[in-house]
Design a binder for this molecule. Structure first.
Ligand code: ADP
Ligand code: MG
Length: 379
């Protein structure tokens, strides 16, 4: 049986938009692609009831409001070859379309050459004719009732009498607080090139602001606290893999910037934040390397603590959970960004060599940390 168009679109949308934080990531990417310098975010119930992003970017022309929300329409790519040198976050033209199939979507936008702003409402990706309104240059995108028509994803949620969302045991999404925490992570770690402001509607707490050009360490301190920030080892390296072009005709290399928790410090759960060319992504091979290096470093550390314990009543770390922030930068030609609909994965050339180099660097950092710890106790 051939599925009807609406069903196909809703299934596809579920692949792109998993949870509020990743809808927010898509909206922020669009705002940055539009050249914004300030962005403010409003959130209600962990982003499930409301997710609103307002930017001061170049806006969307009235005549483009219709296609902006259709699948596979983008202003950022015109032919496949453009992908090899793409500098924008977006290129698939799927985010707004996906959001419009699983939420109520409104866009208010104004371009510099327009006399007024336009407010557009969409139903299943279809534009209801936009109306003129007052506004300033930029775009506000409002996403309400995310997953209202995706019962499986919302199965876990039901509205209680006090209008809070409550989890049932078969949770598909986490609770609003956890979703909000994810949103905070995305907001802070996302970019340091724009000023971001995040507010929880109807809540006095939990608001965050980021400065332009804030350092990764500053952002980590803001989200995860000063205690963790004090325990971080910083590393910045540039590696050229084939300097003389004898092995490969391509000169390949990369920059690696890391903030690692030292092996004496453990966070509640493993946190691994990876940026590749400024994109927040995931990488199985790098994650596996981290886990193995940290578990070895932890064993090393436990042996050491055992000796100390003879004289001091100390407890052993029960399995160390590391915090790792990593930013990798490659020349765009070394990177394939089109691997996954959420753009959550990227592939890069010379993966084995790069991963090996990362492993060696983390080992060096952690061994150095243990050496300094030993020294400080011996004195
Ligand atoms: P993509 O980012 O891959 O192009 P999206 O579905 O995320 O696809 O967005 C579709 C189009 O809508 C973009 O190509 C862009 O032209 C426009 N757009 C979306 N958000 C904004 C924004 N905040 N400011 C200006 N234009 C936007
Ligand atoms: Mg986009």
């Amino acid at each position: 049986m051939r599925l009807d168009e609406e069903t196909v679109n809703r299934i596809a949308a579920g692949e792109v938009i998993h949870r509020p934080a990743n809808a927010l990531k898509e909206l922020l990417e669009n705002s940055i692609d539009a050249g914004s310098t300030t962005i403010s975010i409003q959130v209600k119930s962990g982003g499930l009831k409301l997710l609103q992003v307002t930017d001061n970017g170049h806006g969307i022309k009235k005549e483009d409001l219709k296609i902006a929300v259709e699948r596979f329409t983008t202003s950022k790519l015109s032919k496949y070859e453009d992908l090899t040198s793409i500098s924008t976050f977006g290129f698939r033209g799927e985010a707004l379309a996906s959001i419009s199939h699983v939420a109520h979507l409104n866009i208010t936008t104004m371009t510099a050459d327009s006399a007024c702003a336009y407010k557009a409402h969409y139903k299943d990706s279809k534009l209801i004719p936009p109306v003129a309104c007052a506004g300033v240059k930029g775009t506000t995108i409002t996403v309400e009732d995310l997953f209202y028509n995706v019962p499986n994803r919302l199965k876990a949620w039901k509205h209680s009498s006090d209008d809070l969302l409550v989890m049932t045991p078969s949770q598909a999404l986490k609770n609003p607080t956890e979703e909000y925490n994810k949103i905070v992570e995305v907001t802070y770690t996302f970019v340091s090139t724009v000023a971001l402001k995040l507010q929880q509607a109807g809540e006095n707490s939990g608001d965050v602001r980021t400065r332009v050009n804030s350092s990764s360490k500053e952002n980590i301190r803001n989200i995860y606290g000063a205690a963790l920030a004090r325990e971080l080892i910083e590393s910045l390296k540039v590696k050229v893999l084939y300097p003389d072009c004898r092995h490969k005709c391509l000169i390949s290399g990369f920059q690696l910037n890391m903030q690692l928790s030292n092996p004496n410090y453990s966070v509640k759960r493993t946190i691994f934040i990876l940026f590749i060319n400024g994109r927040l992504v995931e990488s199985g091979p790098i994650k596996r390397v981290l886990e193995s290096v940290y578990s070895q470093a932890c064993l090393h550390h436990m042996n050491f603590v055992c000796i100390v314990q003879l004289t001091e009543e100390q407890y052993l770390p029960k399995g160390s959970h590391p915090f790792v922030y990593m930013s990798l930068k490659f020349p765009p030609s070394q990177l394939d960004v089109n691997v996954h609909p959420t753009k959550q994965e990227v592939r890069f050339l010379d993966e084995e060599e790069v991963v090996q180099y990362i492993q060696d660097e983390i080992e060096k950092c952690l061994l150095g940390a243990n050496a300094s710890r030993t020294f400080s106790i011996q004195t």
